[in-house]
Structure formats: C-alpha cells, structure tokens
Design a protein around this ligand. Structure first.
Ligand SMILES: [Zn+2]
Ligand SMILES: [Zn+2]
Length: 454
C-alpha cells in the first residue's frame, strides 16, 4: 500500500507555490525565445525507440542504459523521450518543413525521462526548455541560440560560465578519432570497463567519462582543436568573433564533447558555480548530420536544452526573487445560515471572476469567523461579509486586510468599486514598501514580521 502514496523514485510533485517558480522560468524562457522568432512545437512524450537509437546514438549511455522503453499492446517498441531534439527533428522531416523558408525555429518546454541515479537537481522525470533552429549552416545560427540562452540565464541573475568547443565535422573527426584511439589504446589498463568498450565504438565518449582514472587520462589526450579541417576552423573562428562582437564572454574548453552522438562543430555549455560540480544549466550545439541520419534531406541545424529544475535551483541560490504565489484580491464571506446571503456572495464572486479578479468564497459551509480566518491565511487583499443586513441595505463594508480600513460599497457597484480600491491599495502598498526599504537601509525595520496581516 505504501507504494500508492509515494511518487516513484526520481520524480517530484510541484505543488502550488513551487510550481509557479518552475512556471516562471519556463515562461521567461519561452517569451524570450519568441522574441527571437522561435515558434512553439509540441511533440509526443513517446516516440518509436528507433528514433532515439538513430537520433541520439545507439552507443550513448542515454540510449543504452537510461531510456524508459516498452512494447505497446501491438508489440511496437516505444520509448519515453530522453531529450527533445530527436522528436523535433522527426517532426521537421515528417511535415516536410525543409520545403519552407530557412531557418525553421522551434521552442518547447517538455518533460523528459532518463533512468539515472537521482541527485540534487537531476530527476528521472525532468523538465527541459529547448530551442532548435533548422536550415542554416552559418555560425550566426548558433551564436543566436547561445545569445538567447545567455539572456535567459542572465534574467534570473545566474552567474554562469559559457564553455565552447568545436568537435569538427565528419572529415576531421575521423582523423581525430584515430589519434584518440591510438592514445587510449596505449593506456588500456587504466581505462574503466565501459571505456574499454568505447575504445572501439566511440573513443570520443571516453573524454566524458566520470571515472577518475579515465578523467585523468583524458586530460593528456590529443585535443580536437588541433585536428580541425580548414572549414571547421574558420567556422569556429566565426563563432568566437561573433560572440566577441555580442559582448558574450566564453572559455574554449576542448574537453566538452557533449554526451549525444549527433553534434558536429560547435558544442557549448553554460556551467554555474552555484550548483557545484555538476553545474551545467544549459547545453547545446550544432548537429548538421541529424536530419539526414533520420532520413530527411541534408539539413544543418543547431539548438540547446536547458534543465528547468537546475535553472530553478541556480536561480534560488543566486537570490532571484520569484513572483509571490497569487493571493485573492477579494474574499467574500457570508452568513452560512442565510441561503440568500450565500447566493449573493456566490454571484458577486462570479461577477468578479468574470472581470479576471482572483475572487473567492467559502465552499465548506464554515462560520463567518472561520471564513475570515481562511481568507487571512490565503492572504486576501480585501474581504467583505454578506448577511441579512447587507442584503436589506444593499451595502456592504469592504475591509482592506493590510491597513484594516473599511469602506462602504453598494452591492450593485461592487465590481467597479473593488477595481478602484485595489488600484489605490497597490499604489500605497508599493509606496510603503519603498519607505520600508529606505528605512531598512538605515537599519530600521518597520515591517510586521508576519505576512502583513493584522
Ligand atoms: Zn571539419
Ligand atoms: Zn571510463
């Protein structure tokens, strides 16, 4: 029975209050990306397993060990998406978007699934914001996505170092791969078992290995930048000079190869020191071979993925002030023994909601005192209580919960008057925030220590 009331390992619930923080990160990312012309794309949570096998790479840890793969009732092998790029590329091909003007730019906020050891900021179901730009081989396409990532990270005040590298193209990588293989083959004894296998299948991946001995060995390995062909070298110079021109600081780090097979030329990571050793908040690069690999026409492309849980952690540790969870603008209480009062309260609330106020009333049949206690806990800005007397006079007293001030308001003008009261209160509470801030700078604290209620 305990299983029923416990979420699976590596998953997390986001409750109201916390969920609004994740939503704020996604919203900022999404709105920023839309100013760059990235349109939202929605693709399925699961795809044919072959897509990830081809698109992410059959030799990667992601595909070999971390995918949630299952047969459906008709025996097809399906997998929950471990990342967002393969699905976007599949949709790009399926809908013939290569016939549309280039570039085709997509953004998405999705959940992804990987069977990994759960740790801080790393879950088995995690959320990612990503963008993909299909159709341009020019370096301005990837500097555009790098600038976008940098802007989003900067919005949240997250300090992050941009590390870039080029891993070359098919031609120059062949030569590099041979050199790497030769280097590691001479030290096979020091390699972990996984890397011994990688020596044949994909020696580049050894550079990514977290095993300390492999890591140490990798530090002395040949560097890809020494093997770049002329075109790749010129492309990488273009990336760097464009970043210089945009005023975006970066470090060239030849150890970045990224964990997925589809990358070519530019790869990059934003690493935040506030997250400690595993501090990558965003990673991406160019993947010119992917669309063709999946059966589409040769199409250069680039993009990034940003981990929302990690962004949240980094933003919190960087002291970013998230918007507070919403509190009711108005709570309308009523005498529970009077059905007419209850209906009047429900109708007022309905009218307020129709004008997009956050309005609430009691649905638990509580006493007026208990209703007001609830309204206080929810942080309502204004309250009113309707009983027989209010119905008779057609007037109700509206209380400002911050100042305690009471204002008589006619029931048939309630909505318009509330609008005025809220506007006035917003102005004066912001003013008092400002005054309190100035006093606090001089070491005087005048704020009530609770939530600002009496
Ligand atoms: Zn090359
Ligand atoms: Zn290893």
């Amino acid at each position: 029975m305990a299983l029923i009331t416990k979420a699976p390992r590596g998953t997390a619930d986001a409750l109201p209050g916390d969920s609004c923080r994740l939503a704020e990160i996604e919203k900022v990312a999404s709105e920023t990306a839309s100013t760059y012309g990235f349109g939202e794309i929605r693709t399925p949570v699961f795809e044919h397993t072959e897509l990830f096998d081809r698109g992410v790479g059959g030799t990667t840890d992601v595909v070999q060990k971390e995918m949630y793969t299952f047969d459906d009732n008709s025996g097809r092998s399906l997998s929950l998406r471990p990342e967002g790029t393969a699905g976007a590329a599949r949709a790009f091909i399926e809908h013939g978007l290569f016939n549309e003007p280039a570039p085709q730019k997509f953004r998405y906020g999705i959940s992804c699934f990987r069977y990994e050891k759960p740790q801080s900021g790393r879950l088995r179901e995690f959320h990612q914001f990503g963008v993909e730009s299909f159709g341009s081989a020019h370096f301005t396409a990837e500097t555009e996505v790098i600038e976008l990532a940098s802007r989003i990270i900067g919005w949240f005040g997250i300090e992050a170092v941009l590390r870039i590298n080029s891993i070359g193209c098919r031609e120059c990588r062949g030569e590099y791969r041979a050199a790497l293989k030769e280097y590691f083959a001479a030290h096979t004894d020091s390699l972990c078992d996984t890397c011994k296998g990688r020596l044949e299948t994909n020696p580049l991946r050894i550079l990514d290995c977290k095993n300390p001995e492999c890591h140490e060995l990798a530090a002395g390995a040949p560097v890809i930048l020494d093997y770049l062909c002329d075109d790749c070298r010129a492309h990488f110079e273009g990336v760097k000079s464009m970043l210089d021109g945009l005023g975006i600081k970066y470090e060239v780090d030849p150890m970045i190869v990224r964990g997925l097979d589809y990358y070519t030329r530019t790869v990059f990571e934003f690493v935040s020191p506030v997250l400690g050793a595993q501090g990558t908040v965003c990673g991406g690069g160019r993947y010119d071979g992917l669309v063709e690999e999946l059966g589409g026409p040769p199409t250069p492309a680039c993009g990034f993925g940003m981990g929302l849980e990690r962004m949240l952690l980094a933003a919190e540790r960087s002291g970013y002030e998230f918007s507070r969870p919403e509190a009711p603008d108005v709570f309308v209480g009523y005498d529970p023994s009077d059905p007419a009062a209850m209906t009047a309260a429900a109708r007022l609330v309905s009218e307020l909601r129709d004008s997009f106020f956050y309005a609430d009333f009691d649905v638990c049949s509580r006493s007026v005192k208990a209703q007001m206690k609830y309204a206080g806990k929810k942080g309502a800005r204004f309250t009113a209580v309707i009983g027989g007397r209010e119905l008779e006079s057609g007037e109700v007293s509206v209380k400002n919960m911050r100042t305690g001030e009471q204002t008589p308001v006619r029931l048939d003008e309630f909505c318009e008057r509330i609008f005025g009261l809220i506007s006035d209160d917003l102005v004066s509470s912001e003013l008092s925030d400002e005054v309190a801030g100035e006093l606090a700078e001089r070491g005087i604290d005048i704020r009530p220590d609770g939530d600002g209620k009496e």
